[in-house]
Design a protein around this ligand. Structure first.
Ligand code: 7RM
Length: 654
């Protein structure tokens, strides 16, 4: 077996400041190591103590981890709880008037919602849903804009023990239909329209389309939030306005006490090919992962103003908007808009306006904001910030440095958080008052997360070599199964190649001499150039390190001699180059990569676009780029791309 080679060297290290460490929830490396040792010494006891200390249980659990039917693990199985109770009710005694949600609307206006108001809104909707017959275990599809009421809808389902399946508000009718059918949803909650970047998107009409063929026989009612003044088609016996549904409902609603293993939600991951997988999460374990990571990684303190810019259509919006911050009684910003509206200063403007202390966003947003206005953050007072975070993709060191210096004013640690829809909460990330950070590395696993990097036989690789990222012991926030498909769950995540014992993440990674983990990309994206197995991340980082480059993606294309040749898709900070200018730039970038990494990683083919094809959550679609590199016709549906028009630009080599 040839290991995946690591070719990029990054030597910068940033220690936590003394003041940050002094106040941190986990203060210093000794404290971090002590937690890890505690987990090693008594793994179940470690998690049980956290679960007792952080969750309010209606009925305490007596069983901790049940591994008898691996990989269908159970945690805290006989415990009873309600996650909505944990996120709202338990704060009412001392935080009823604290702002829970600053709803930051697309047009720049905002609305504060206190914990008491949130409680009332959630209870009223829960009562309304109950009146429609929703009960424990029923599935509810939520297809909504990023309004505060999206969180209310999720919390209301959780209050009833109903299983929500949030479908991102940018998805097509076909995607809605597939998900509704797979989960056999009884209710759909939507809005007449969403508003993003000043543009209106017809959500209700899309739901109508999804239901039109009559395939979705499970759906009984469609609840419609009136977000705008737009009229919508109406089906009298099926559709009901949200405001009518809640109007006469009581503002108290006894939570449904569910078992810790009862499903909290399903979230479909598109995956690179095939039918979307309904990732199914538990109630107790998921909540625990959200809470401990808020404390450890985000170093949450009662005075923080937390802002996670994700959409609730993605796991990040579940864990770090809908549940985690609320479980801790935090004040958080719920952002409806887009980072570029009314201009590329929106994030910085709103950080100043709401005095945000913890800011969590994606590398793709950072890179595009550098391209659109690298100096814009300097126009705003960002001194309230104390911690920055990233998630979703490897962050290349150059974008990291900009985030650190220009946004964080070289004061704020950056938590680069590696995790997945399937893991439910952060797995590998620095605890910011303990672990020194390195640009581009997600650093070390959280205490109690037994991550390793192994070869095809499951044996740990040598430091410096790349391999498969695995988690060797079950942890509470891990997905429980793929909805309705236990076989797919087993074969995808606990494959026999690795003895069926490890959770296999599907990412390649390597460890450096300090044991720090560097994600190299998805295993499916690894290139094989003349027998060298190269991750995508490092070549992309080298390209972005060039001062003229804003973004880059590399893929392999078949090559007679080398096996595969590197093809690079590049977005420049300035205009997209044409003709001789493009040829000159391409030659310069080829030399640049040869110089930064070595000849083996040098692209044979460079193509320039104004952007790269991305999923709606901002991940680069390398599968499409591979087809373009090979000169194949794109036959798959690209209508759900954020930016389908760039595909044409990227067809042609320079
Ligand atoms: C949270 C989320 C998961 C995949 C994962 C990785 C990539 C996520 C990082 C990262 C490098 C990171 N869930 N990924 N975070 N790669 N560094 N900090 O994104 O299910 O949508 O995607 O995203 O490949 O497997 S997800």
């Amino acid at each position: 077996m040839s290991a995946i080679e690591s070719v990029l060297k990054e030597n910068r290290v940033f220690e936590p400041s003394e003041t940050f460490t002094a106040h941190a929830n986990v203060s210093g490396m000794d404290a971090y190591n002590a937690l890890c040792e505690k987990a090693n010494a008594d793994y179940e006891g470690f998690w049980a103590e956290l679960a007792r200390d952080n969750i309010t249980w209606k009925q305490p659990f007596t069983k901790i981890l049940d591994e008898s039917n691996a990989p269908f693990f159970k945690w805290f199985e006989d415990g009873k709880l309600n996650i909505s109770y944990n996120c709202i009710d338990r704060h009412l005694a001392d935080k009823a008037d604290k702002v829970a949600i600053i709803y930051d609307k697309d047009d720049g206006s905002s609305e504060n919602i206190t914990y008491r108001q949130l409680y009332e809104r959630v209870c009223q909707l829960a009562n309304g849903l109950k009146s429609l017959g929703v009960k424990k275990g029923d599935r509810v599809v939520i297809y909504m804009p990023m309004v505060a009421d999206a969180v209310v809808a999720m919390q209301a389902c959780a209050r009833l023990g109903a299983i929500h399946s949030v479908v991102f508000g940018g998805f097509s009718a076909g995607a809605v239909k597939d998900r509704v059918k797979d989960a056999a949803a009884k209710i759909i909650i939507t809005a007449n329209e969403s508003v993003r970047g000043g543009k209106r998107v017809p959500l209700k009409a899309t739901v109508d389309d999804a239901l039109a063929g009559g395939d979705c026989t499970s759906v009984e009612k469609v609840v419609v939030l009136q977000r705008t003044d737009a009229d919508v088609a109406w089906s009298d016996d099926r559709d009901i306005w949200w405001h009518d549904l809640v109007q006469h409902q009581a503002s108290d609603c006894e939570p449904e006490w569910v078992g810790a293993e009862d499903p909290l939600f399903i979230l479909y991951t598109s995956g690179s090919t095939g039918k979307p997988k309904g990732v199914q999460h538990s109630t107790g374990g998921f909540l625990l992962g959200a809470i401990v990571s808020m404390k450890w990684v985000f170093d949450y303190k009662p005075n923080d103003v937390f802002w996670c810019t994700a959409d609730v259509g993605w796991i990040t919006g579940h864990t770090y908007i809908a549940y985690g911050p609320l479980a801790l009684g935090a004040t958080q910003v719920v952002f409806e808009g887009v980072p570029t509206y009314p201009d590329a200063g929106r994030f910085w403007h709103d950080i100043e306006k709401f005095k945000v202390t913890i800011f969590y966003t994606a590398p793709t947003a950072i890179r595009s904001l550098i391209k659109l206005g690298a100096d814009l953050p300097k126009k705003y007072d960002l001194s309230s910030l104390r911690l920055l975070g990233t998630v979703g993709e490897p962050i290349n060191p150059e974008a990291w440095m900009w985030y650190y210096q220009i946004v964080g004013n070289s004061r704020c640690p950056i938590v680069d958080t590696w995790w997945q829809t399937e893991t439910g909460s952060n797995m590998i990330a620095p605890l910011p008052g303990a672990v020194a950070i390195k640009p581009g590395s997600c650093t070390l696993p959280l205490p109690g997360i037994i991550a390793d990097i192994v070869d095809e036989s499951g044996a740990p690789v040598e430091k410096g070599n790349g391999g498969f990222l695995v988690i060797k012991r079950p942890f509470p926030s891990l997905l429980r199964t793929v909805w309705g498909d236990n076989e797919r769950f087993k074969s995808t995540y606990f494959p026999e190649d690795f003895g069926g014992k490890y959770y296999v993440a599907g990412d390649s990674a390597h460890r450096d001499e300090n044991g720090y983990i560097w994600i190299m990309g998805r295993v499916d994206d690894v290139l094989n150039v003349s027998g060298h197995r190269l991750g995508t991340m490092e070549i992309e980082s080298a390209l972005v390190a060039n001062p003229l480059v804003a973004e880059a993606a590399v893929v392999g294309k078949p090559h007679d001699v080398k096996g595969e040749a590197v093809v690079a898709f590049v977005v420049l900070k300035g205009e997209r180059p044409h003709g001789d200018e493009a040829k000159r730039m391409a030659a310069e970038l080829k030399n640049w990569v040869a110089h930064e990494i070595g000849k083996i990683a040098q692209p044979d083919d460079i193509r320039f676009g104004e952007n790269l094809p991305k999923t709606r959550s901002g991940k680069i679609m390398r599968r499409l780029l591979r087809s373009l590199a090979k000169g194949e016709e794109i036959t798959s549906d690209i209508s759900t791309l954020e930016n389908p028009q760039v595909m044409e630009q990227l067809k042609h080599s320079v």
